[in-house]
Every structure is written in structure tokens, then in C-alpha cells.
Design a protein around this ligand. Structure first.
Ligand code: GLN
Length: 236
């Protein structure tokens, strides 16, 4: 920070979308998770900035909240994509993931590739890269009609509908699929490699925040905080 050196730290309001375990969850009414703890540590390690508070949204509302100035940072396991880069900027990547296909654990439907989902009622969380895979690989190819696709405000609702038999599969980030599989009546059928990378989202005109957060991220990676949090929130 080449700033004024007056000791005033800028307070950061961060936005997230709970219901995406173990990245952002509500535990006994408290917001927590890997992203939540990591972002707070990164901001505290970012020169010139201090953490203020969290604000919660549905995933699809996070980018408008950021560009509209309601929040300063998005911490929501958000994949860095070219499409999103038209509207917002990202910090350096802090996590890698692919997409997994989640099915009921009863064993009735055992797809092994995306083509097996053809003609089936399936779901994802609106505005996600999982939805993007369904659109580009199944709907646009004509294997799935739009009416077979169910978009949910939150993946937790999609998992409920899967358990209830209203849909047959969900496309969702692999680490979250594995977490739901360990907690609910669902299992991972197979994984579709996308090589996605998560970054914290910031406004395009927020170059100061971007470089400060990247510095904070490098610091928590070097001092062991990042590894500690990974061990705390992920078993493998
Ligand atoms: N990584 C996915 C995306 O960016 C899903 C994120 C989420 O649902 N919180 O679209």
C-alpha cells in the first residue's frame, strides 16, 4: 500500500451464499466454513484493510451486490470465468475444483457420463458453473430439453428435491458433492473435469483491494494458516 500512512484501515464488507458446505455454512445460526475463515484471515493480513462484517445473499445475487456497492468482496467458492470477468475482477486463485454428478444413494440410477443424464429431470443452483455445464453439454446439444432442467436458489434445496425423487441428478462442485454425500442420502456418481479455480470477487475499479488481498493471500499461504484451514475443513 503506497497510501497515506495515516493508520486508517478500510473496513471490508464481504458477501457470501451459505448452504455450500464446507465453504460457507450456517452452524448453530453462525456463518462459518472454509471460505469464511479464509477470507477473514486474508483481509486481516491485507495491508490497509480490516474485516467489518458478512452479508448473505443467494449465489445469483452476489455479483449485482458487488457491482452495486453493497459489498466489497465476494467469498463464495466462485469460479474465475471469462464471462464473470466481463463484469467483475478476481484475486489470485485459492482453490481448484471439478464438477461432480450427485444422485440418490439408493443405487437406482447410476450414470457414468453426462450423456446418461439425457432426458432426465436434473438440477443445479442458478447462476453456477454447474448450470453452465448442463446448458453447454446437454441443453445446447439437444440431449436435454429446457423443461428437464431445474434451477434452484440454493443447492441445499436441490439436494432435498433429489432425495425426494423430484429430480434424478445434480451437477455441483466436487468438494461440495462429497460433503453432501457424507451428510445426506446422496452419492457421487462420477466427476466431470472442468479444472475450475476459485477466486475472491472484487469490483473492477478496486485495484487497491485486489493487490492488498493478493498480498494477504500470499501471507496466509506462507505462514501456514491456509494449510491449517484446509486440514480443518477438508478430510482429504
Ligand atoms: N464454483 C461454482 C461457481 O462459481 C459454484 C459456486 C457456488 O455455488 N457457491 O459457479
Amino acid at each position: 500500500d503506497s497510501g497515506s500512512g495515516d493508520g486508517e484501515e478500510q473496513a471490508i464488507v464481504a458477501g457470501t451464499a451459505p448452504g455450500f458446505p464446507p465453504f460457507e455454512i450456517k452452524q448453530d445460526g453462525e456463518l462459518t466454513g472454509f471460505d469464511v475463515e479464509l477470507l477473514e484471515a486474508v483481509v486481516e493480513a491485507a495491508p490497509g484493510y480490516t474485516f467489518d462484517r458478512w452479508s448473505e445473499f443467494e449465489f445469483d445475487s452476489l455479483i449485482p451486490a458487488l457491482t452495486g456497492g453493497d459489498i466489497d468482496v465476494i467469498a463464495a467458492a466462485m469460479t474465475i470465468t471469462e464471462e464473470r470477468r466481463q463484469t467483475i475482477a478476481f484475486t489470485d486463485a485459492y482453490y481448484e475444483a471439478d464438477q461432480s454428478i450427485l444422485v440418490r444413494a439408493d443405487g437406482d440410477f447410476q450414470p457414468t457420463e453426462l450423456g446418461d443424464l439425457a432426458g432426465r429431470p436434473i438440477g443445479a443452483q442458478t447462476g453456477t458453473t454447474g448450470e453452465g455445464v448442463i446448458r453447454s453439454e446437454l441443453i445446447e446439444t439437444g440431449d436435454l430439453s429446457e423443461s428437464n432442467y431445474n434451477g434452484y436458489g440454493n443447492y441445499t434445496l436441490a439436494v432435498q428435491d433429489l432425495e425426494n425423487g423430484n429430480i434424478d441428478a445434480i451437477v455441483i462442485d466436487k468438494p461440495v458433492a462429497e460433503t453432501f454425500a457424507s451428510e445426506r442420502d446422496v452419492e457421487v456418481a462420477f466427476t466431470y473435469e472442468t479444472g475450475e479455480e476459485y477466486g475472491f470477487g472484487i469490483r473492477q475499479d478496486a485495484g487497491d483491494i485486489q493487490s492488498a488481498l493478493n498480498e494477504g493471500l500470499a501471507t496466509v499461504e506462507e505462514d501456514g494458516t491456509y494449510e491449517e484451514l484446509r486440514n480443518e475443513w477438508f478430510s482429504s
